[in-house]
Ligand binder design. Structure first.
Ligand code: APR
Length: 257
């Protein structure tokens, strides 16, 4: 299948000094990481995200919540970056300044070689104490499958003895201020903002393309289907990120291999 890359986008990218990416769960889907909604199937089909991704949920049933996040962390540890992550990293060798802002809590952008990745929603591998918020060091290696299906007791904080919680931003919590500032700055200053594999419904991340479009950036969406961003993006490239981003690279800079 040939992928049509608009010629105006090719010209803008060849001359771009600053490109930003805002990525969501769809960028990791081809690595086998279920998107946030897909994650609630199989073992987890009788739960909804808000039952698991909130401080109240953790207070109510910390073994259930910790078990869910360890199951997800285990999936990430076994996964590899895909062509979308790798090509985003290679684009940094073609454009003077590239920012990667992700809503994902995995580390696949980093493992593909991207530097200074901004995690708006935290990281699975950076758990913190629920009480004193100090970082907790996880033991190396792939964690066990949560026993009996899903429940797993969280470790205790080595400083205060509190329970350790996932280092992610839960429903009802704020996005970290320093990460947010970098993301807004990138959207205000970039020549092109790509939003990749995000449903663009979760705030405040969903407002970033609007900020970019109000500024000087060309906004380009890459997604399997339509989202509420369709009317804001100048170009909507429909398909898998792991196919479209390499095709885009080849069209702009020539074959990457
Ligand atoms: N290529 C491109 N897009 C894809 C692919 C793919 N291979 N696979 C899925 N998508 C798209 C889907 O069409 C969907 O629009 O990725 C999007 C995934 O949407 P969500 O699961 O809602 O993920 P995201 O937008 O990252 O969610 C944002 O919501 O629940 C919270 O904190 C959680 O960070 C998460 C946030």
């Amino acid at each position: 299948m040939t992928i049509e890359i608009p010629s105006e986008l090719i010209v803008v990218l060849r001359n771009a000094r600053h490109v930003a990416f805002l990525t969501g769960a769809g960028v990791s889907a081809e690595s086998g990481i279920p998107t946030f909604r897909d994650a609630l199937t199989g073992l987890w089909e009788n739960f909804d995200a808000e039952q698991l991704a909130s401080a109240d949920a953790f207070r109510r049933d910390r073994e259930l919540v910790w078990g869910w996040y360890e199951w997800r962390r285990m999936k990430v540890l076994k996964a590899e970056p895909n062509a979308a992550h790798c090509t985003i990293s290679t684009i940094a060798s073609k454009v003077p300044h590239v920012d990667v802002v992700t809503q994902n809590v995995d580390d696949l952008h980093e493992r593909a070689g991207s530097e200074n990745v901004v995690h708006l929603h935290g990281r699975l591998d950076h758990p913190i104490c629920f009480a004193c918020r100090r970082l907790h060091e996880l033991s190396l290696g792939i964690p066990e499958e949560p026993e009996g299906g899903r429940r797993l007791a969280p470790p205790r904080c080595e400083y205060c003895g509190g329970y350790v919680r996932p280092g992610v931003v839960w429903f009802g919590e704020s996005v970290p201020e320093s990460e947010w500032k970098v993301a807004v700055d990138a959207c205000r200053k970039c020549d092109v903002l790509f939003t990749v594999g995000t449903s663009s419904i979760v705030q405040p991340a969903a407002s970033l393309p609007v900020i970019a479009a109000r500024g000087r950036a060309m906004v380009v969406q890459i997604n399997l289907g339509p989202t509420s961003l369709d009317g804001i993006a100048q170009f909507n490239l429909v398909g898998q990120a792991g196919v479209i981003i390499p095709a885009l690279f080849d069209a702009v800079w020539g074959p990457s291999k």
